[in-house]
Ligand binder design. Sequence first.
Ligand SMILES: Cc1ncc(COP(=O)(O)O)c(C=O)c1O
Length: 407
Amino acid sequence: MSFPRKRESHLNEPLNDLRMSLQHHKHLFDIPDNITYLNIAAQSPSFTAVYEAGLKGLKQKNRPYSIVISDYFEPVAELKKLFAKLIEVDDHNRIATIPAVSYGMATVAKNIKLNAGDEIIVMHEQFPSNIYVWQKLAEKYNAVIKTIKAPDTTANRVKQWNETILEAITDKTAVVAMGHIHWSNGSLFDLKAIRQRTKAHNALLIIDGSQSVGALPFSVKEIQPDALICAGYKWLFGPYGCGYAYYGSYFDNGVPLEENWSNRLNSENFAGLTNYEPEYKPLANRYSVGESGSFIYVKMQIAALKQVIEWTPIAIQEYCKAISSEAVLELKALGCNIEDDRYRTHHLFGIKLPDNLDIKVLKAALADHNIFVSFRGNYIRISCHLFNTAEDFKKLVTCFSSVLQKV
Ligand SMILES: Cc1ncc(COP(=O)(O)O)c(C=O)c1O
């Protein structure tokens, strides 16, 4: 398995054409030179255009008489078009805007009926917003959660993990709910093969794209998930509290979590809102959260997605590879375990430390050097973007080696 490089997409032109096209964009961000921020997987920093778009929204709120009816609808439609373009969806009406992954997943679960004994497949140590919802659904229908663990090996770990996932999908499987990558270490799942197998066994495929979409190519046309749910505040550079959902045809005509006025037909006619309208706007519009036209958030999200689309996920991935690859070799030489790069991403990857290392000592050293990373499960999660450079990774290696050489 290698990176999902896509056929004709403009967002994913051949790597060779783009490899050198992206340089760092530190100047667009407000991160001081003495800070090494390798933690965008937790929270992205805003870049200038997003910040200015937010200010514009705040100013509009100062003068509410300047807000017109179309402001409630047109910007959010533009936002849906941008997200649809990013993930290769033709009709932006298949996109709903949501406040959190848990919300998008709750919509999915509300529209699934199971039989007793049906299986829901999830990955080991998956993010909780894509676990609790399945536990509840399994309880409701007396179904079974099947958790697929990575093999306890370092050689070919992710390759074998993918094989185990494929073998686990059988006629008993009703749903496979997982990420494109593992959120704590960047292990790359072979969604194309998993989709083929779920289709062969009539199972739904629900993807949490929060740690991949925006920085790793994803095409709905190629993978054909039944739903794709993404947090918007990481690789999509939106504010905290905004997210995106794509719902495929399985969810057409489903039941939303709530009944917001703006999701009904003719809601643009403010004078006629009490001519209560039985019909929803088409496709996934019914699943958008109430007040999803937020004048502040939507402006910020539009600025963010325009820039991500211009950068392209494939070029971001290549940039992250270019700035991190030497450090990865050095960290491995120091005794750290990092997955073979054919089976992990470059924007996000995990470092498994040697067993004899006292994690508290490393945490203190990282804090001393102003290096920000995440500790997730057994891994130190490193994540990077265009505000980082190879220099950041040099600082990381220096810090690790100062601790590891004392062990
Ligand atoms: C894989 C993944 N999914 C979802 C989320 C966020 O979930 P929610 O939007 O429900 O808070 C995170 C946050 O770290 C994540 O890593």
